[in-house]
Design a protein around this ligand. Structure first.
Ligand SMILES: Nc1ncnc2c1ncn2[C@@H]1O[C@H](COP(=O)(O)OP(=O)(O)O)[C@@H](O)[C@H]1O
Ligand SMILES: [Mg+2]
Length: 350
């Protein structure tokens, strides 16, 4: 499948090779070994489209990385620089550095990547932009903040600057002020960041894949199916449900794609997702997490700028349902990157 426009173009596929201090747990699909395997599959798919691909790991030596890019002179950087150290908030650095060097890059700019990792800021911005979010969305910087609000339970409580289900556990849904206080205490002590509390939305949950530059396209909706979970496990995309293959959370949570949704609801979900994607300044591709409230109205949980691009999963699965094979999806993402964010002038500093 050689595609016009791709032939001969040189892509530098950059990933985070810093393994930090956290050893890979067995059975955890979020490990750095899994990431390296994914990078190899991506490189292969990009080559199939006709790109010349160089895989460029970035660990701690920024100067060596920059020297390498200057020698390679790629047409574009394909950004797969993800956090591997919990709480590190490293992701926003790569697009900033790469744009300062004057190279185009795939995906969202540093601002959108940074902003969406601060869940309270992102939620406040979405609310300001008229995007429905869960009620009672509050940030708790100290335990005393529990007394500052009139809560309506149940709430879901999570670290406010994480992603990928980190800090979401079986006791993340709380039904009392006492349990809320305990959870906030746990998050402050273990994650060293404020907690985010929100009304727990009991309805259906959807992942909304978006791809494209100036004209982003909403892919077929995916629904998370929690119906096989026992009552003792809450219906949420916890860390275990997302990554730990051996857990009941992982084994009993499945994805239905395309989701069976009435056309009017599907249109509403797509429209608010696109509005959220644009409001945070996302670009090229992303995934919006949406859940229905008790009245069946969709609300946006978050926008994922660096959505997982693993073959056959998430965004790639939704793209396949729209008739876009994996290499074709990566090609669309590169094209959006080459198109570039409007008004992002190239002003190289080195
Ligand atoms: N307000 C909420 N109501 C119901 N479920 C929620 C809410 N917030 C988060 N969740 C559940 O927790 C999961 C992870 O939350 P999210 O905010 O998307 O964080 P992450 O960045 O870890 O994916 C969601 O996919 C959803 O299942
Ligand atoms: Mg999410």
């Amino acid at each position: 499948m050689r595609t016009p426009g791709a032939r001969g173009r040189h892509v530098a596929l950059v990933y985070n090779a810093d393994e930090g201090s956290v050893p890979d747990a067995p059975g955890d699909r979020g490990s750095s070994k899994d990431m390296r395997a994914m990078i190899r599959r991506m490189a292969r798919a990009l080559r199939r489209v006709g790109y010349r691909v160089t895989v460029v790991p970035l660990a701690r030596d920024l100067l060596a990385f920059q020297r390498r890019l200057r020698i390679l002179r790629p047409d574009i950087i394909f950004n797969q620089y993800d956090d591997v150290v919990h709480g590190a908030l490293y992701e926003m650095r790569l697009p900033a550095v790469v744009r300062m060097m004057g190279f185009p890059i795939t995906g969202s700019p540093a601002l959108a990547i940074g902003l969406t990792r601060y869940k309270y800021m992102a939620a406040s911005l979405l609310q300001g932009a008229g995007v429905p979010i869960p009620d009672c969305t509050e940030i708790l910087e100290r335990i005393g903040d529990v007394n500052r609000h009139a809560w309506r339970f149940p709430l879901i409580v999570q670290p406010s600057q994480e992603h990928a289900g980190i800090g979401l556990e079986r006791d993340s849904i709380v039904h009392s002020k006492k349990a809320l206080r305990e959870k906030v205490r746990h998050i402050l002590a273990n994650f060293h960041q404020p907690a985010l509390a929100q009304a727990f939305l009991p309805g259906r949950e959807f992942n909304v894949g978006i791809v494209g530059g100036r004209r982003p396209r909403v892919l077929p909706l995916a629904e998370l199916d929690y119906s096989a979970l026992p009552d003792s496990i809450p219906p949420i995309m916890s860390y275990a449900a997302k990554w730990v293959e051996t857990s009941p959370e992982y084994q009993k949570t499945s994805v239905i794609c395309p989701a069976q949704v009435a056309p009017e609801l599907a249109r509403e979900i797509s429209a608010i997702s696109l509005r959220a994607f644009r409001a945070v300044g996302a670009w090229g591709y992303g995934r919006v997490d949406v859940r229905l409230d008790a009245e069946g109205r969709p609300r946006v949980l978050e926008v994922n700028c660096n959505a997982c691009l693993e073959e056959g999963l998430g965004l790639a699965r939704s793209a396949e349902r729209a008739g876009i094979p994996y290499p074709g999806l990566l090609h669309m993402i590169v094209k959006a990157g080459l198109e570039g964010v409007p008004n992002d002038l190239s002003l190289p500093m080195i």
